[in-house]
Write a protein that binds this ligand. Structure first.
Ligand SMILES: Cc1ncc(C[n+]2csc(CCOP(=O)(O)OP(=O)(O)O)c2C)c(N)n1
Ligand code: SF4
Ligand SMILES: [Mg+2]
Length: 292
């Protein structure tokens, strides 16, 4: 087992209101401590906004601006420009949003910020649904997953946001998982040194939303990575792909079995999902292999 190397600088307090066992809180702890105190947060309505809470009871030591679901990336862009105007060029502006606020409702603001190459670090906690409002489907929900608004399973595939972002040719995109915390800290630290728009997508197995046991979110995330459902990789300047882990060891069955949202699947549904994962994985490997 890998030893976790990061140092806790006290940037994230205990006593927050995340569900017990939530790996979004764990990820936030690692991200905030990696970035350090010269950071300003902007958060969209989401579980992360609830977890961080409001001043003076916030779980974050850094100042955090709570924005609207549509405008997180625009608000973060404005905050960064204001800081630059004050001569605080080195302050990192961290934008936090869920998948609903990123793949759907905030996509226009994120696309505009990316097109302008605003100097922000945008972190999307991807729990594949609108979870703090009760678990409705988003465009990040995978095919066949049951949600509050797709009780028999979503009929369409997960939106490939990463390819959409890559088409903007922003300097840095990465995927990270709470099962690989050293990799998460390393990618966040790397993103912090890069000027321009950086987007990091974090896999968040959601306990109530996915029907995962309270003590099983890290193991579920690990199976997601190992089965290739959630590959770990980086894209630089929209074209240079690097696989963090270029092997995929497990079939997706172990990952699916951890989650009640997939319990209605037939053998044929599972085979369809496996084929979708295999196809996406092969394309990703081919993109990484052609990267010079
Ligand atoms: C325009 C708009 N529509 C709906 C809402 C209500 N709302 C607040 S948070 C939220 C869910 C956001 O889902 P996601 O971004 O995936 O974050 P999660 O709760 O899953 O962490 C919704 C629908 C809102 N704040 N603004
Ligand atoms: S609803 Fe899901 S993502 Fe939100 S705090 Fe609970 S476990 Fe975490
Ligand atoms: Mg969500």
């Amino acid at each position: 087992m890998e030893k976790i190397e990061y140092t806790d600088e006290g940037q994230f307090f205990s006593g927050h209101v995340a569900c017990a066992g939530c790996v979004e809180a764990l990820s936030m702890r690692v991200i905030l401590n990696t970035l350090g105190k010269d950071t300003v947060g902007v958060v969209a309505p989401s579980c992360s906004a609830v977890i961080l809470g409001g001043h003076p009871m916030s779980a974050a030591k850094i100042p955090v601006l709570h924005g609207t679901l549509e405008s997180a990336a625009a608000s973060a862009s404005g905050v960064k420009r204001a800081l630059k105007a004050q001569g605080r060029d080195d302050t990192t502006v961290l934008c936090l949003a869920g998948d609903g606020g990123t793949y759907d409702i905030g996509l226009q603001a994120l696309s505009s910020a990316a097109e302008r190459n605003e100097d922000i670090l945008y972190v999307c906690f991807d729990n594949e649904g609108y979870m703090n409002t009760g678990g409705q489907k988003s465009s990040s929900t995978p095919r066949n997953a049951a949600t509050g608004s797709t009780p028999f399973g979503k009929t369409t595939r997960k939106k490939n946001l990463i390819e959409i972002l890559a088409a903007h040719r922003i300097p840095y995109i990465a995927t990270v998982s709470p099962s690989h915390l050293n990799d998460m800290a390393a990618k966040i630290a790397k993103a912090q040194t890069i000027e321009g728009t950086k987007v990091v997508i974090v896999l968040i197995p959601c306990l109530p939303g996915w029907g995962v046991a309270d003590n099983d979110a890290v193991a579920t995330a690990r199976l997601g990575v190992e089965s290739g459902v959630f590959p770990l990789f980086e894209i630089e300047d929209g074209v240079r792909y690097t696989m963090t882990k270029s092997d995929k060891s497990d079939a997706i069955n172990g990952y699916l079995k951890k989650q009640k949202r997939y319990r209605h699947l037939t053998e044929a549904d599972r085979a369809d999902l496996q084929a979708e994962v295999d196809e996406t994985w092969s394309r990703l490997l081919a993109q990484a292999e052609t990267t010079v």
